[in-house]
Design a protein around this ligand. Sequence first.
Ligand code: ADP
Ligand code: MG
Length: 288
Amino acid sequence: MTEKPESTNPDKKNGKVISFINMKGGVGKTTLCVGIGEYLANYEDKKILFIDVDPQFNTTQTLMDHFNLEEEYMTDFRHNITIRKLFESISSISEIPKIPSPKEVILSFNDSPNIDLICGNIDLIFDDNQGDSARSRRIKKFIAEHKLREVYDFIFIDCPPTISFYTDAALNASDYYLVPNRIDRYSILGIRLLKQVIDRLKYDEDLNIQPLGIVYTMVGSPSLKSQRLKDTFESSSIVQQIALFNSSTTYVNDLMVGLQGNISSKYKKSREDIHDVSLELLERIERG
Ligand SMILES: Nc1ncnc2c1ncn2[C@@H]1O[C@H](COP(=O)(O)OP(=O)(O)O)[C@@H](O)[C@H]1O
Ligand SMILES: [Mg+2]
C-alpha cells in the first residue's frame, strides 16, 4: 500500500505543482482538485500526487472513501503517514531537520498506479505556528530534494481557506495557483485576501508562482441576481489579473449525495464539466 515512487525514473517528467486555493470555504476547492486530478490520472494517463494540507482533510476523506480505506486511515495512516511528518519540528538545537523520504509520507494505491497521496491530518491544527518561515518551505524542499517533478505530471495541493503556514507552504512550493470560485455576495473577499497572502509571500520569499485562472464552480440556472453578482465580480481589477477559465462546473446534486462518492467523473453531468475544465487546464499549462 505504501510503495514509494522511484526518484530515478527513466522516463523523466516535467511536472507542475498547482495549489487549489481561495481564502473562502465551500467554494469547491477540494471537489475540483480531486475531480481534475482523478480525471487526468484515469482518462489522460497523467501521474498525479495529491497533497492535502487542509486540516479538514476532505481530499484525503474523498480518496479513502473511493479506495475503501477509511478504516486503515483511522487505525494506521493518520498516525504514521501524513503531511504532518513534513512539518515536524525538531526538539533539540543540535538536531538537524531531516526531510522525510517519499515512502515515509506518500501513500500509493494498489489498483490505481497514477494516483498517489500525501494524506491530510486534523492534528495539523496543533502545529500551526505563525512566522515559522522554515516550515513554510518544507513542501518545496521535499519536492525538490526527491525530484518529484520528474516522477509526477502534476502535484495538486488542496489548501485550507485560512492564512496559515500550510497555505504559505503550498504557495511556496507551487508553480501555479488555481482559484475555484462560487459566485455569491462574498466571492470577491476570498480573492482579495488571497492576493494579500501572495503579495506578502512575494515580499518575504523567493516565490515563483503564476495564476492559472479562476474556475466558476457549482454554477446554477442563470438569474438576474446571479448575473449582477458575476458582473460585479468580473469588474474587479484583482479578478482581471487572474483571468477566468472558459469552462466551469455546474451544480450537480449527486456529487453531494450520490452513492459513487464525491468524484466528479463518476456522474455523467459532472463528467462533462470535469472533462472540459481538465483539458482547459492542460492547454493553459502548455501555453505557459
Ligand atoms: N459541482 C458541484 N455540484 C454540487 N455540489 C458541489 C459541486 N462542487 C462541490 N460541491 C459540494 O459543495 C460542498 C463544498 O465543496 P468543497 O469542494 O468541499 O469546497 P471547499 O474545498 O472549497 O471547501 C461539498 O459538499 C461538495 O460536495
Ligand atoms: Mg476543501
